[in-house]
Write a protein that binds this ligand. Sequence first.
Ligand code: HBZ
Length: 820
Amino acid sequence: MKELNKEEFKSEVEDYVKVLFRKSIKEADDQQIFQAVAYAVKDFIVDQWMATHRTYEEKDVKTVYYLSMEFLMGRALGNIIINLKGNQAIKEAIEELGLNLDVIEDQEPDAALGNGGLGRLAACFLDSLSTLGYAAYGCGIRYKYGMFKQVIENGYQIEKPDDWLKYGNPFEIKRPEYAVEVKFGGYVSIKKDEETGRNKFVQENYQSVLAVPYDLPVVGYNNNVVNTLRIWDAEAIDTFNLDSFDKGDYQKAVEQQNLARTICEVLYPNDNHMAGKELRLKQQYFFVSASVQRAVMKYMEKHDDIRKIHEKVCFQLNDTHPTVAVAELMRILVDEYNIEWDEAWHITNKTCAYTNHTIMSEALEKWPLELFSRLLPRIYQIIEEINRRFVLDIQRAYPDDYGKVERMAIIYDGQVKMAHLAIAAGFSVNGVARLHTEILKNQELKDFYQMMPEKFNNKTNGITQRRFLLHGNPLLADFVTKKIGDDWITDLKHIDELSVYTDDEMSRKEFMNIKYQNKVRLAKYIKEHNGIEVNPRSIFDVQVKRLHEYKRQLLNILHVMYLYNELKKNPDKEFYPRTFIFGAKASAGYHRAKSIIKLINSVADVVNNDKSIDGKIKVVFIENYRVSNAEIIFAAADVSEQISTASKEASGTGNMKFMLNGAVTLGTMDGANVEIVEEVGKENAFIFGLSSDEVIAYEHNGQYNPRDIYNTDGDIRAVLTQLVDGTYSSNLDEFRDIYNSLLDGQGGRPDMYFILKDFRSYAEAQERVSAAYADTAKWAKMAMLNTAKCGKFSSDRTIEEYAQEIWHLEKVKVEVTTED
Ligand code: HBZ
């Protein structure tokens, strides 16, 4: 690993401030200093970046292309510095320049090219791929505006554009030499190919855009490996050539300009919900076509037989969003390389693999045929042919069961079903936690599992300990390293060696003192950003994640309302002070989710300002929750709220970040919580609520009636009544929709999220939390064991499983030579 030279680095920073801004360090503002430091860091890694790609080519290694609409990267600078092990040297260099690294890191906008779990998982995977030394590209979209910035006004969420590229992105490199054309619309005609004499399908009268890649470095930990996140931007293909324009051309040129301008404009802010918009499908095909075309070209530069592409290339589809990749690859093989259908299909089957991230029906992608065939006429033809053959396969396998075709066809009911296409076309279908994969196999995708059991496998999610402990929680990271050495940084299983220290009182005290200091850090953040004073000696009970009904932030806040009532009734009741911390963005068009944000803020207003409860309960809604402030929040949490309706959360990854940072899970047996409890032991978590089997049984038998609970449980009734009696809003209709949803559900179905059903069990688990926390030694041991037992949840483990079992990649060692 190349050493970072402090003096060289200092003069680079000075040079960059001069060259970029014509200023001295003293004159430059914080943003300019950040830019200069970032350029100096990029200079340092560029040799490794080149060496990495030279090594991949020399060794001719297989490459995974991780196709994803989302990469929720967060900030790059701090992460790159720690992965370079350059923290000390750079910190000193910066200090010697009279600057402060924390302030500089804080200038960087988050690269928020993602919504939540799915996008952040992609980012963690890239970090692990580089650290483990696997050849990989992340392929995505260079959205001009990422996930919106959330501002809370009057308790309501307001969305502001996230202009993350305003000052330019110092880490990116534009690669116009690799630009490719992507075609939309028009029609398909059949032409005779002069060379082969065969019929060819040609797309005509289309509109096209130029896809131009920008590369971002993904630095591995201390190993010289720098992989690439390639994000595509759209540019107009023709500049106006005014001489030769007749009227029709002019019109078309304007349309193409508009198309190029709109495609990469903005990330759709939906989490677990299908947008169904034409522009979204354009975005999907745009980045997928560009990525697949480039991957094929790159492969063919070094190989002469396209039929063997699967030996060197794998496309991993991050959910169904990039599933058009299978049809695009078919198009290239059949139309451009003249390969027979059957053979092209086999090649495609061996090259594509699909990850499922949800069973929520509203998230499943289905595109209307009219839209699909109009926008992507040739791709649509190919999918029709895939469907025709797949339906024949189904009928052959189940000649007497027409229901199978109805349930499994790729095209049915006037829609293209992307999940069915992904399963039919890929060689691997994986879920993201054991329970989730079992539900896929036994419920949601039962028919597919029966027909193609060999495709199904589980890959339980993971997170990178380098960002979420080493960078986000330096105090705890140092403590762990002091106790057990630093092997955990690249092999998290070692963190189990911390277990023995849970019986040592001194170590426990040290651990809890670090937690306290992290709570002070968060309290300061809250004071600065929310103006709310919180007590770092109180229990920090945290729920941060996207706002969705199935994640049940509503259950949490209803319970706060209940506790508040209890305190008002019995002011002298012994009560361990609690700070309930929320952070969540709601999709802009998701009214009920936004209403729940308003409710949290309204409850906060009342409770925080009621002197009679003596500050025993505080409620804080942290504005604009995102990767950069998440790092601070996880470090400070005592209680990790993972309270989704069982069966609905595919995995969750926040749960793992909390665990790593020594927070104790309060959760349902859902997603990866099941595996967390398995690792840490039931006695070191607080589990409550219906099981996934029970939820699924209720869904089938329709026996759940929330009104029975309302009628028999006075405390619950009181809380619900307060939603509509003016306690939390002078507008009695403000929370009426929430009230109705709890009692009457929707579309004739009772509340699908079983909030009242799980309420008592949740409240009782919360009492256990309070009791456990009051026993300081017991809590310290539990918290510390959570950190010690989280070894399984590193994304390094997850990626190792993908690499061995799905992608079949080999590990590469990179040496930086003088050539670079
Ligand atoms: O993917 C999440 C799951 O809800 C979570 O349980 C899991 O841990 C995580 C990683 O596997 N899913 C998402 O975050 N999904 C989306 O963000 C999404 C975005 C656009 C869509 C559909 C889903 O159209």
